[in-house]
Design a protein around this ligand. Structure first.
Ligand SMILES: NC(=O)c1ccc[n+]([C@@H]2O[C@H](COP(=O)([O-])OP(=O)(O)OC[C@H]3O[C@@H](n4cnc5c(N)ncnc54)[C@H](O)[C@@H]3O)[C@@H](O)[C@H]2O)c1
Length: 296
């Protein structure tokens, strides 16, 4: 199949581009390199179209994997966020309709804001920043597009994805990556008091599996993609100490933010029934894989 991966220079998009290429599909990456990195594409042999989501790549596509997005969640310029994320998606959906292509795209757990865990798709969304709101607006757009075109479309609300290819994201990389970088320099890992904050960290391999399943689904869905289990920052540090062979204790400091998520956790029952999603890799194993890959 011929598959367009938008945001293909980014963390998740580049992993998808490689995985799909290995399966024998013809992949075209579209990226404006606003946050992604060429380093993620060094081993990619397909075509790379450099441009935004208003640069329609030539030819026909069977599947569109739309990962492109502003991923700096601290951007407060509402028009810039909405133009890039929502209007970009609207344009990509118009191409997909013309191609009669199915679409799998990246939503986010940010649509839940600070709702109580476990987070379920039936909850009333409560985004707390324009990034989360843009994803919610994209979900509404996806439902309308499906009603008009009847083509399959699946939005995946990713939780905290970690794995090889996220290094370019800096302070927006997973806490697993960021804490590991501090520890590798021999520094004590810095976290907010008292390290009991819990996150649903999901291994990139499980996210790729969710995407492959979503590419075969019928109808229109929006599903959580997490591990289904929350782990504390203290547990992350304990696992990192094991793989890095260090004994660094957390350096706790007071939380400077008024708003901070204490606990995120995906209820993955909808993804299980709608897609057949079954995450396989827990925190210890995922950190082990990550370290073994040499990218941590
Ligand atoms: N990584 C996570 O934990 C996580 C969690 C929730 C949601 N998501 C979503 O998953 C998707 C991929 O995220 P990521 O972690 O790989 O981030 P990333 O920043 O590495 O990748 C995003 C890519 O999109 C590109 N891009 C941005 N705007 C574009 C545009 N208008 N046209 C073309 N390319 C554009 C960037 O250059 C970048 O390569 C995003 O939609 C993000 O919102 C990620």
């Amino acid at each position: 199949m011929r598959i367009l991966v938008t945001g293909g220079a980014g963390f998740i998009g580049s992993n998808l581009a490689h995985t799909l290429q290995e399966k024998g599909h013809e992949i075209v990456v579209l990226d404006n390199f606003s946050s992604g990195s060429f380093r993620n594409l060094v081993e990619f042999r397909g075509d790379v179209v450099a441009g935004g989501c208003d640069n329609r790549p030539a030819g026909h596509f069977d599947i569109v994997s739309h990962q492109a997005s502003i991923t700096d969640t601290t951007v407060t310029d509402q028009l810039a966020m909405m133009r890039n994320n929502v209007e970009g998606f609207r344009t990509v959906l118009s191409w997909a309709a013309a191609w009669k292509a199915r679409v799998v795209w990246a939503s986010s757990a940010a649509v839940y804001g600070n709702l109580p865990a476990p987070m379920r798709e039936s909850m009333k969304p409560s985004p707390l920043n324009v990034y989360g709101y843009s994803k919610l607006a994209m979900e509404h757009l996806a439902w309308r597009w499906h009603q008009e075109t009847k083509l399959p479309i699946v939005g995946l609300r990713y939780f905290n994805v970690y794995g090889s290819g996220e290094g370019h994201k800096g302070k927006f990389a997973s806490m697993i990556y960021q804490l590991a970088q501090q520890m590798k320099k021999g520094q004590r890992p810095r976290i907010f008091h008292d390290g009991g904050q819990r996150r649903d960290f999901v291994w990139i391999g499980d996210v790729l599996a969710a995407n492959l399943l979503a590419m075969q689904a019928q109808g229109c869905h929006v599903c959580n993609v997490g591990s289904g289990k929350a782990e504390s920052f203290n547990s992350v540090i304990a696992e990192l100490n094991k793989v890095l062979k260090t004994q660094l204790h957390p350096d706790y400091f007071p939380n400077p933010y008024d708003f901070f998520q204490k606990h995120t956790e995906a209820d993955i029952s909808l993804a299980r029934t709608a897609l057949g999603y079954a995450p396989e890799v827990g925190l210890a194993e995922g950190i082990g894989h990550y370290h073994a890959s040499g990218a941590l």
